[in-house]
Design a protein around this ligand. Sequence first.
Ligand code: GLA
Length: 393
Amino acid sequence: MNVTTLKTTFQDLFQSEPEKAFFAPGRINLIGEHTDYNGGHVFPCAITYGTYAVAKKRDDQLVRLYSANFLEKGIIEFDLNHLEYAKEDNWANYPKGMIHYIIQAGYPISTGLDCVIQGNIPNGAGLSSSASIELLTGVLLNGLYDLEIPRLELIKLGKQVENQFIGVNSGIMDQFAIGMGQKDAGILLDCQTLSYEYAPIKLENHKILIMNTNKRRELADSKYNERRGECEEALSQLQQKLPIEALGQLSEEEFDANQSLITNETVRKRAKHAVYENMRTLKALQELKAGNLEAFGKLMNQSHLSLRDDYEVTGIELDRLVEAAWKQPGVLGARMTGAGFGGCAIAIVENEKVDNFVANVGAAYREKIGYDADFYVASIGDGAKEVEMEAVR
Ligand code: GLA
């Protein structure tokens, strides 16, 4: 991906020079899945795949956006007085929502802009291409209009776009990882308090592989909101006896001793996942800090099993992919990452075994599912930022 390509596209489309260039990454989550909206911990990191933009302020109220990933949509136009969600605006609803909420939060954007974007995050793969566009728009508006919106506020505004403008009831993990990412570090985030710490991830002898099922996952149509509802039901039944505000406040022992308060067996399993996964995430950080990568990998495997059996968000594609990964030599751990229901899984694999791993897992997946999975080596990179116009990736 090359920002100078964006520059040429900008010149061709808008007959002028872009002022500034920006980048926002995608993310993977190493462990701590479906815990963010339960007030638990997550452990994601930003990746070097992401979305780039070049932009320039205009003198009038017009906003013109163009994505090289959605050529067929052409230039999408709206003006600053019409920032409502519009189905036909498609991908541009993400930047539009950001502009809308940033103005609503009291930041002055009095003139429009021209902007060209392009991303290399596989779309619909569960690597947060949408949160990437949200934070990209956030840093872009900050940079073009000198708004000085604090990073945490941009993260919260991104979540607001997802929840209210788009209508997906997601937690804060994706926007936080993309807003706060740091090269070669995971972020342990307490989603109840938003306190966080960086944990260095230097895998000398291993690589993190992203394995794409190529089964698209669409959060809005998925059972994501249903799982949230089930967790809320479990919480309110537990609250009859326990003074808690979130499932993430319970230890495994406290949950086990009180689980009979949850009347529905399925709802009980959902809550069990939320509690156990949260504790697993904290254990995983300890293992990582102690240099016990093998133990970290085993916790990843347990996470997948819990997401498969108790939370039921994996599906056949992710299960076959992860099961094939578990059988390979040199694998420390593998699990789905993100919301589930398709999308991507990750695996930690010994350097020398990577080629073999990709060949074997790829063949097993094709045989069982009937089409190919894709594999990418993940590098952990920085969060959303302004980049040099000459920057070349
Ligand atoms: C999606 C959501 C996140 C989080 C994960 C599951 O990525 O956007 O907020 O809930 O699913 O861990």
